[in-house]
Design a protein. Structure first.
Ligand SMILES: [Zn+2]
Length: 254
């Protein structure tokens, strides 16, 4: 039986850990120590490492984990990650036989040049591209690329569970409410997320269906979001990429 559990790293990173009774695979181990502790405590053997992009808070622990056991390391073919042994890109499949699970690789550039997502078992591991109620900063790609990547993820089934790389949900909701102030689903989400955080629990995973109801970066065709973007810009535009770019810039400055 496959289980997916968060291992906390740094201040707000999650190292998503896929596990059964004997084996585990980790997504984006930015540091090794918490993973090693978890594997030792649960008596699990590492079976694979998956990386979504090259940032150190996502791959910084890979080398040290490999010292304990040589396992395949999957990650984006076109990013500088020295520890990769299985470079992947869109169209590839990652199979972890020890866990009886397979993932399709999706190219989702924008946050970084060749960021990938892993989709399988009704779950999506999307690193720093899609966050609960938000999205990653556009560091290496263009707004066009980032928006296309978010649309690609948004086209997956609504019941897909979304496992993102950081616990940013409450701050994201706060911003989303300024952009989309009349959205009742957002108000409900804020209450639920606050309760979870008060109890020391992750707000993740969410689902793509919930994201489409609440995440302004997936709602760039909604009149309320367009209107807010126009107010911010002092302009009149409706092109979703430009709406996306405007609210991304607004969030960077807020
Ligand atoms: Zn990143």
């Amino acid at each position: 039986m496959l289980e997916i559990v968060p291992v906390n790293a740094f201040r707000d990173n999650y190292i998503w850990t896929l596990r059964n009774e004997a084996y585990a695979a980790v997504v984006d181990p930015g540091e090794a120590r918490p993973v090693k502790d978890y594997l030792a405590r649960e008596k699990l053997q590492l079976a694979a490492i998956l990386a979504t992009h090259h940032h150190p808070d996502h791959v910084g622990g890979v080398a040290e984990l490999l010292e304990t056991r040589r396992v395949p390391v999957y990650g984006p073919k076109n990013e500088p990650i020295a520890t990769l042994t299985r470079p992947v890109a869109e169209g590839d499949t990652v199979t972890i036989p020890e866990l009886g699970v397979s993932f399709a690789v999706l190219d989702i550039p924008g946050h970084t040049r060749a960021h990938v997502a892993y989709y399988g078992a009704d779950s999506l591991f999307c690193g720093d591209t899609l966050f609960a109620c938000g999205c990653g900063r556009v560091f290496e790609g263009t707004p066009e690329q980032m928006y296309a990547s978010l649309r690609k993820l948004g086209a997956l089934p609504d019941d897909t569970k979304v496992y993102c790389g950081h616990e940013y949900t409450l701050a994201n909701i706060k911003f989303a409410r300024t952009v989309d102030p009349k959205n009742a689903a957002l108000a409900a989400l804020e209450a639920r997320a606050a309760r979870l955080r008060d109890a020391g629990k992750p707000t993740l995973p969410t689902t793509l269906g919930e994201e489409k109801q609440t995440n302004p970066f997936l709602r760039c065709r909604e009149p309320a979001v367009i209107e807010s973007a126009n107010k911010y810009l002092g302009a009149r535009l409706a092109d979703p990429v430009r709406v996306f770019a405007a609210i991304r810039e607004w969030k960077n400055r807020s």
